[in-house]
Design a protein around this ligand. Structure first.
Ligand code: SF4
Length: 906
């Protein structure tokens, strides 16, 4: 690697797949900015992409192999993995082993892992965590189109006159794409409809929000199909020429959702709102329906996907500019995993396991000794099989199932009981690595070379801009080495990701003859230099289409046996478990704006942690009253499967009867806040995707004798508390703690948390035993090293201000005097962070609006700079503006609780 270089690469977070430029100076990463030439983002980045530079340090990295808890070396670890996998297979058969992989893997990593399992071990027991985010879209595409094809692209959002977002909080989860909806050269902005039980930040830019009953999406889209027919908007010629199954789908739609009134009743919506949505869709040819986890993560997710696709097929609004269904993937390379067969239900290159012809194509191409004839275990079933001892060895790559899978406590027990757990990861301590017999140090995002595919079929190069530290290695290398040691060396000769990519591209064209849309054979002959310089392009890429393909299916030719698209007759089904007297609420899990998956990366960033420093459970005021909780209280969200603790946030953005909890927190960051421990493991019968949006739940208030807020320059030594949540700050860690028992000596307790002073005069204390208020600070000279605020109620101190003091090398005398008051002199507290880029707080924004200095989001930007960099907070700014002008309570914009916010607790 050169000392100074600008490297074009791709963002490791969401499925938008933004291009980046990573700048290295004197061998060190200097900046990461948006790539203006990347078609997905044209230089834009959201808050997460903008803060990537803060996540590159080596703290917590796994730097060498670990075998049975002892540091080891590659030779020992690889031979152990190969020997123990081979022995398990020979004693118990190929289906006794499983790989659980990840949308964080690059396509080349995925390809090699899938080849080893499906072609050489001879089992299909490889599944990916993408099963949790978009398997229902895959299954819906396969049913309707004959193959997992995303017909359109991101440009369609700029060309559409109507954008319908279903189960998608794109403003937070796919922010750059959300912003693209409002850009583009056109005479007027598109109408935007958001269909989501919750009022989210995405609704702030919408013309219509339909807060439908959870799980009722299929009724709504069946109703739309019936309405299209009633209004004479079915494209009869297209339906006759290019589709089949129309009458059956239509009959079911007429029966289950005959008119807007029936739909409104079933979905618990206003009839006039349903009619308006129907009107807009019926009358707007250029319509894009964009959907995400709210549709997919359901026990009827595949049917919901097909109910959406049915409406686009009926109107021939598919694969043409500005129209079509568009599934958004959660992860950066979920799509790449789908292409190479990372799902247990597919072969490589979009071929089907159940198809003998496809199996023969792959077998011949790989010269494979044995191929599975049936699909393998899908994610939830895989961990069930581990728990039951049917799977005796599992290799987990780049993912954290103890946090991310539903019924997560059972996943933990399964791994504890498993004979052999191998984990490849870049982090040493995760909730999952705790159970590893063998830990393999994988290269991290900035150190890996390969390709990823985003939600619009666009293949981009991810390029390394840092050398792997310690003994970390790329995943494709690790899997290839194990394959060689298992005796499959001839089939795994790879020396570079380019070699793997060429083989992957060649397989996509092998025996294809236009029968499979996924065909990148035009790249099969790519040399190393061309691979290095590959610019983003959308598959298919063939000899006839060397520059890629912007849209598919617009010609009315589909990849089913008949060449016709299939309508699916969708019979709406209620979620598997309905709320009852014991569990009257519906638990819905999802994401925070600035965090990603299980916090292993975004948890390193002070900027990102400032927006949501602890998990919140959002509930409607009526439910808060019914469960005797109020804003800022701690509570457990309890289900039949488990529980997770969170800070209560009362908001009318939440539908009555439901509770929303983010899924990011793990045991490294909180005592017991893994939301997925409470999620039911019910799955969709077609896709196997878990129902993460619908678990019957109740709320149990948590009452503690004391509460504390602490900030420490060094990592906390330990948490002597019943409840704690910690987060990164700038040069510090910050923590909320609570306990049932009063310590006998608060002074000793505080020193156990933030460390004892070197000199007695470096310890400052304020103690009011009668009022049970205790405050301590530790200094080294004039440098603040830690502070703790303890009280019976939640300490009313300014968390943002206290954390900001640790960014300073030393405190001024007045700051030192002010410190133990816990609050700054008047006017210095900015409130909870809303704009992560410029650290602009809620209080600054509301003050500016209340004073009349800001009457628009643009004004706020001019005055405070908020929203003028990545723009991720613009929907929140708009919401704050509207509510402050209307003199209402700030809603989701306020942030999640006492850490990093100004809600209630100062
Ligand atoms: Fe990364 Fe944000 Fe772009 Fe998603 S929208 S790829 S998280 S920069």
């Amino acid at each position: 690697m050169k000392l100074n270089e600008d490297v074009r690469t791709a963002c490791p977070y969401c499925g938008v797949g933004c291009g980046l430029i990573a700048t290295r100076r004197l061998g060190k990463p200097k900046s990461i900015t948006g790539d203006p030439d990347h078609p997905a983002n044209s230089g834009r980045l959201c808050s997460k992409g903008s803060a990537l530079i803060e996540t590159l340090d080596l703290e917590g990295r796994l730097l060498r192999p670990v075998v049975n808890g002892m540091d080891s070396d590659w030779e020992t670890a690889l031979s152990d993995v190969a020997r123990r996998l081979s022995r398990t297979i020979s004693e118990h058969g190929p289906d006794s082993v499983a790989f659980y992989v990840s949308g964080q893997l690059l396509t080349e990593d995925y390809y090699v892992a899938n080849k080893l399992m499906k072609g050489f071990i001879g089992s299909a027991n490889i599944d990916t965590n993408s099963r949790l985010c978009m398997a229902s879209s895959v299954a819906g595409h396969q049913r309707a189109f004959g193959e997992d094809i995303v017909p359109g692209n991101y440009e369609d959002l700029e060309l559409a006159d109507l954008v319908v977002l279903v189960g998608s909080n794109a403003a937070w989860c796919h922010p750059v794409l959300y912003q693209r909806m409002f850009s583009g050269e056109r005479p007027r902005q598109p109408k935007v409809v958001v269909i989501d039980p919750r009022r989210t930040a995405t609704c702030d830019g919408a013309d219509l929000h339909l807060p439908l009953k959870p799980g009722s999406e299929a009724v709504l889209f069946n109703g739309l199909l019936a309405e299209l027919e009633r209004r004479g908007k079915i494209d009869r010629a297209f339906v006759a020429r290019s589709t089949e199954g129309f009458e059956a789908a239509m009959a079911e739609a007429r029966s289950s959702a005959p008119d807007a009134a029936a739909v409104a009743r079933a979905c618990e919506l206003e009839e006039s709102d349903v009619a308006r949505f129907f009107d807009w869709f019926v009358e707007t040819e250029k319509s894009v329906t964009l959907y995400s986890q709210g549709v997919n993560q359901s026990s009827s997710g595949t049917d919901k996907v097909n109910a959406i696709i049915n409406c686009h097929l009926a109107t021939a609004r598919i694969g043409r500019p500005g129209m079509g269904p568009l599934s958004l993937t959660g992860q950066p390379n979920a799509m790449g995993g789908r292409e190479v067969g990372g799902l247990a239900t597919q072969l490589a290159a979009h071929m089907r396991i159940e198809d003998a012809g496809h199996r023969d194509i792959v077998r011949r191409f790989w010269q494979a000794p044995k191929m599975p004839e049936k699909p393998g275990l899908k994610a939830v079933d895989m961990f069930q099989a581990i728990a039951e001892g049917r799977v005796r060895a599992v290799w987990i790559m780049a993912t954290n199932p103890v946090v991310s899978l539903p019924d997560a406590e059972r996943v933990r027990e399964a791994l504890r009981a498993c004979d052999l757990v191998i984990v490849s990861d870049c982090m040493r301590h995760t909730d999952t690595t705790e159970f590893a017999d063998i830990l393999l140090p994988a290269a991290a995002w900035g150190e890996k070379d390969g390709t990823v595919t985003n939600s619009e079929r666009r293949i981009s190069r991810q390029r390394a801009f840092l050398p792997p530290p310690g003994e970390a290695k790329p995943d494709w290398w690790i899997v290839s080495e194990v394959a060689r040691q298992m005796g499959f060396g001839e089939a795994f000769p790879y020396q570079s990701p380019a070699e793997v990519f060429r083989e992957h591209a060649a397989l996509s064209g092998f025996g294809n003859d236009g029968t499979r849309a996924f065909d990148i054979s035009g790249l099969a002959g790519i040399d190393d230099k061309a691979y290095e310089n590959l610019t983003p392009l959308q598959w298919p890429v063939t000899a006839e289409r060397p520059g890629g393909t912007a849209r598919l299916l617009g010609d009315g030719r589909f990849f089913t046996g008949t060449g016709k698209a299939r309508f699916i007759a969708v019979v709406p089904r209620a979620p598997k478990h309905a709320p009852d007297a014991d569990y009257p609420l519906v638990l819905n899990t999802g994401r925070s704006r600035d965090h990603w998956h299980t916090l292993t990366r975004t948890g390193k960033s002070p900027r990102l942690s400032a927006h949501a420093a602890e998990p919140v459970a959002e509930v409607h005021p009526k439910d808060a009253a019914a469960f005797h909780v109020k804003d800022g209280d701690l509570a457990n969200v309890v289900t039949k499967w488990g529980e997770a603790a969170a800070r209560i946030r009362v908001t009318s953005d939440q539908r009555p009867g439901s509770v929303f909890v983010p899924m990011h927190w793990n045991d490294q960051f909180a005592s017991h806040a893994r939301a997925n421990a409470a999620v039911n493991p019910v799955t969709d019968p077609v896709s196997g995707q878990p129902e993460s949006k619908h678990t019957p739940a109740r709320i149990t208030p948590l009452h503690y004798a004391w509460h504390a807020f602490a900030v420490s320059r060094a990592a906390f030594a330990g948490f002597n508390a019943d409840h704690w949540v910690q987060a990164r700050g700038d040069n510090c860690w910050r923590c909320e703690l609570s306990g049932a028992e009063l310590p006998s000596d608060w002074n000793a307790w505080a020193q156990g948390l933030i460390g004892p002073p070197v000199h007695a005069e470096d310890w400052v204390a304020f103690q009011n035993t009668a009022a049970r208020v205790f405050r301590f600070a530790r200094f080294t000279g004039s440098r603040l090293d830690g502070c703790v605020f303890i009280s019976v109620g939640i300490p009313a101190v300014s968390r943002a201000w206290l954390a900001s003091l640790f960014a300073k090398p030393r405190l001024s005398p007045s700051e030192r005097v002010q410190l133990l008051s816990g609050n700054p002199a008047t006017g210095q507290d900015s409130g909870g962070i809303v704009c992560s880029c410029f650290a602009v707080g809620l209080r600054q924004i509301t003050d500016a609006i209340s004073a009349g200095s800001a009457r628009s989001v643009d004004d706020i930007g001019k005055l405070l700079r908020a929203g003028t960099s990545c723009g991720s907070c613009k929907p929140e700014l708009n919401g704050i503006l509207q509510r402050t002008l209307a003199d209402k309570e700030p809603s989701h914009e306020a942030g999640p609780g006492p850490l990093g916010t100004a809600v209630a607790i100062g």
